[in-house]
Design a protein around this ligand. Sequence first.
Ligand code: AHN
Ligand code: ZN
Length: 330
Amino acid sequence: MSIKNIFIISSLFLFIACGCNQKATTTTANSSYQQISPDFNTDSAYTYVDKQVSFGYRVPNTPEHVACGDYLVSELKRHGAEVQEQITVVTAYNGTKLNARNIIGSYGMDKKNRVLLFAHWDTRPYSDQDPNPENWKKPLLGANDGASGVGVLLEIARVLQTKEPEIGVDIIFFDAEDYGTPEFEKSNEATDHTWCLGSRYWAENPHVPNYKAKFGILLDMVGAEGATFYKEYFSMKYAKNIVEKVWNVAGQLNNGRYFKGEDGGATVDDHLPVNEIRRIPSVNIVHHDGNNGMSFFHSWHTQKDDMSNISKETLKVVGQTVLEVVYKEK
Ligand code: AHN
Ligand code: ZN
């Protein structure tokens, strides 16, 4: 069975299993709401996405991956973050040893109350959802799947340097999220543990002993035009009040057409190790398509995941919502 099918079937099951007492609530816009966070500059965010893509395929064990990682470190430093790197070796589904690098930028190191913002920066070595089988073994550019979340977080880093929020902020770019078992690898049935290798390593070996944050927000595929973000299953399971907090702020900022009130599918993603191992309640802002069986965005894991997918409006909606959550927190 393909991952997509497992995903769809498990989503259906979850709908049936927990759909009985759900209300389809829509977040209401509040026109009188006064934004407290500084403006998120989406031209800047777009440039950060484009720059990552310009390195080429950011697949672990390649020079392009190293070069992009160096760029991300230098950008965080330029924006005044205290940067730490975790360099390690993780083992992929097929036994390949991957040189992995989690990149961590911290603001307000001395503050006890913190929020964790994260995204994966590696790109997938396979386009195994591409309609053309000849493309399945080709890497993909990951403009949306990878670069969009990181680009939004780099712009957030720039803003954090201009005005200090009350709480401390840690931004983590996780590596080796997207090296999970490919669809065409029949001998090796896909398991959850072949994804999210960098975040799993960090959750077991945090950069600060006993690291804690009040909550975490994961950004995954946050750049496509007309993106829809539903309340993802594991986010609701482990961090329901944080989902409500983020979605409410989105509503107040008039971003309810992107942040949908309905529950979405279940996504194995970097928030899972952070929730289950590090026990930091964390939500995933991830593009599910409500018109498509709650599958991911249309060009997910295909050769088409390039800059033509990226919308400045979507980056802005996500970036301003996350910034507002951060600046409201005490
Ligand atoms: C699975 O396909 C099991 N999880 C999707 C997580 C992911 C991959 N996000 C981006 N790429
Ligand atoms: Zn992916």
